[in-house]
Design a protein around this ligand. Structure first.
Ligand SMILES: [Zn+2]
Ligand SMILES: [Zn+2]
Length: 132
């Protein structure tokens, strides 16, 4: 799908590609400033929202309500701790969802950009704490 991007959207997308990890809008705003790309916070939010809707950027909401953005990749899988918010990426070599994704694409006539799979619970340090 061809989408027309604004210059600030291009800057944000390029930066996320280089960054290669998830970041909050606030964090991205700070990093952009440090890299001498001074975009306003509202512009960063708008650019991220537009990029998200076009499928170029992926957003993930953490347990604490914070949203993290990253360049869209085909798959994302995480183990997320409800207590401390630690979120571990999983190796997605054996993703069980791909067949389902193909089916949905056909049966629901839905253009799927990506999927996420997230498991919630307690990480091992937090399990030990709750035993005390
Ligand atoms: Zn934890
Ligand atoms: Zn997957």
């Amino acid at each position: 799908m061809k989408v027309q991007r604004t210059r600030s959207q291009e800057k944000v997308l390029q930066f996320l590609k280089q960054l290669n990890h998830e970041i909050s809008a606030q964090g991205l705003y700070v990093e952009l400033r440090q890299a001498d790309i001074p975009l306003g916070l509202a512009t960063v939010y708008r650019a991220l929202e537009a990029l998200k809707l076009s499928g170029a950027v992926q957003a993930r909401v953490l347990g604490n309500g914070e949203t993290l953005y990253s360049q869209a990749q085909s798959d994302r899988h995480h183990l997320t701790c409800l207590q401390c918010g630690t979120s571990l990426p999983l190796n997605d070599a054996d993703c069980p969802v791909h067949a389902l994704e193909d089916n949905l694409r056909k049966s629901a006539h839905f253009e799927i950009y990506y999927h996420t799979l997230e498991f919630f619970g307690l990480c091992s340090p937090c399990q030990q704490q709750s035993e005390d």
